[in-house]
Design a protein around this ligand. Structure first.
Ligand code: ZN
Length: 209
């Protein structure tokens, strides 16, 4: 299986391919195309999967966006889905939170989630659940500004509709709190589509703790 964030890299590279196919310099195109196809192949090979069949289909200057999406949906079968925490696990992860809002029972695309993030609009909060490098569930929550602005997300590092997220850190000796935060995607599902490296999420969490 490949990771969700690795599949996000594949999606990004397929988009790059489509752009290359549209430009009119065949020599440069061929060189760039081969590099990208090799990179896609490598993502699968390091995880023990032979993706040659799909690479051959992607190696086509007439490739349409629709066809590319069809190939991607087949390549997605190898993506390891996010493990949804149970209601009990969520409660335990946020046991200190008063009036916890549990994740909405949406139809999640688990193969498109490196982490779970949901908003509580009545309390202006965002909750995040993720797995650390050892595979254990971890959590963080904080204030989420209701306003969205165009900017760079501190998690996925893409341009997006972002909002200021603030985490209340441990109390100082005088009883006051410090808030640390940054702008992140307002919608965590959008963030997940852009997140191409799980380390970016870990880095963000560390920065605001
Ligand atoms: Zn993001």
């Amino acid at each position: 299986m490949i990771k969700v964030y690795e599949f996000a890299q594949v999606m990004f590279k397929v988009n790059q391919l489509l752009k290359i196919y549209k430009t009119n310099d065949p020599t440069t195109n061929k060189a760039q195309k081969n590099i990208i196809l090799d990179e896609i192949r490598a993502i699968y090979i390091v995880n023990g999967i032979d993706a040659s069949e799909y690479i051959t289909q992607l190696d086509d200057i007439r490739l349409s966006k629709t066809k590319a999406n069809m190939i991607l949906s087949e390549m997605k079968q190898f993506v390891e889905p996010f493990e949804m925490p149970s209601a009990k696990q969520v409660e335990k992860l946020f046991k200190k939170v008063k009036k916890l809002k549990t994740p909405p029972s949406d139809q999640y695309d688990l193969q498109m989630m490196s982490y779970l993030g949901w908003n509580d609009y009545s309390a202006n909060r965002k909750y995040i659940v993720y797995k650390d490098s050892k595979g254990a569930f971890q959590s963080i929550y904080g204030e989420l500004a209701p306003t969205k602005v165009k900017g760079f997300c501190s998690i996925c590092q893409h341009e997006s509709d972002v909002s200021l997220f603030l985490n209340k850190t441990k109390a100082n000796s005088d009883g006051t709190y410090t808030k640390k935060g940054d702008y992140i995607c307002h919608d965590s599902n959008v963030c997940n589509q852009h997140l191409d490296d799980i380390e970016k999420l870990y880095h963000f969490i560390q920065k605001i703790k």
